[in-house]
Write a protein that binds this ligand. Structure first.
Ligand code: ADP
Ligand code: MG
Length: 243
């Protein structure tokens, strides 16, 4: 198995605050890596560094062996290969679902309009929105909007998808439909890094659980092992608080 995404002793500071402390973590091709941990532990920052929304101050992050900071690397190309979905969907309100999905491929990749539309329609079908392609965001539920956001990220044909608490802002009854789309993606072999509080999803869909606390990875393990028999005190404490 080759490592697709590698974090190698990554240090991140905000001013004097050390928020990622020597974080090392590998995500293999087709693996679903679920990152959990208390609020403020650095989960979002870790994902944002992987997409170079944040710069790191030490260590290295590599995609397919290429350092994101490589001066010879095409940073825009690298970034396109890393899809990201956030808690807030941030769709363009005056564009339809389909237009939201095709915008980046048309503008950034210069893909032909017919091809972009065909691919966009296919992706919206895939996330269960075949009937809503021409709807505007305010005509869609939160769960539907988040599924458009997932289709939009997929439209760039990323090698890895990063999900940061994508169901946290949704009404409880809409969480399942988004998790279902993510589960299907995982089953289809997408490499994913998922920050979530949905422990059922973590356990069932995750290949590996990564527990963060205070900017460090404190435990990693297979889901069964982690949830049934955590090795560290931090792991035990985190799980006890879920009950
Ligand atoms: P999590 O996603 O696990 O809740 P974050 O990655 O959002 O944690 O935050 C980790 C730490 O970094 C927190 O202490 C937070 O206050 C701090 N932090 C996050 N973003 C910024 C920022 N833009 N400027 C300063 N501090 C930040
Ligand atoms: Mg966060």
């Amino acid at each position: 198995m080759s490592h697709l995404l590698e974090f190698d002793e990554v240090d991140k500071y905000f001013g004097d605050t050390h928020v990622l402390k020597q974080v090392s973590l590998d995500v293999d091709e087709t693996e679903v890596c679920v990152v959990i941990g208390p609020s403020g532990s650095g989960k979002s920052t870790l994902l944002r560094c992987a997409n170079r929304l944040e710069e790191i101050q030490g260590g290295e992050i590599r995609l397919d062996g290429v350092p994101l900071s490589d001066p010879d690397a095409d940073i825009n190309r690298l970034r396109q290969q890393i899809g990201m979905v956030f808690q807030s969907f941030n769709l363009f309100p005056h564009k339809t679902a389909l237009e939201n999905v095709t915008l980046a491929p048309l503008k950034v990749r210069g893909i032909d309009e017919d091809m972009a539309n065909a691919r966009g329609e296919e992706l919206l079908e895939q996330v269960g929105l075949g009937a809503q392609m021409n709807s505007y965001p305010n005509q869609l539920s939160g769960g539907q909007q988040q599924r458009v956001a997932i289709a939009r990220a997929l439209a760039m044909d990323p090698k890895v998808m990063l999900f940061d608490e994508v169901t946290s802002a949704l009404d409880p009854e809409l969480v399942g439909e988004v998790l279902e789309v993510m589960r299907t993606l995982a089953d289809d072999g997408m490499t994913m890094m998922v920050v979530t509080h949905e422990m059922g999803f973590a356990r069932e869909v995750g290949d590996r659980i990564v527990l963060m606390a205070d900017g460090s990875v404190v435990e990693t393990g297979a889901p069964e092992q982690f949830f049934e028999n955590p090795e560290t005190e931090r792991g035990k404490k985190f799980l006890s608080k879920l009950l």
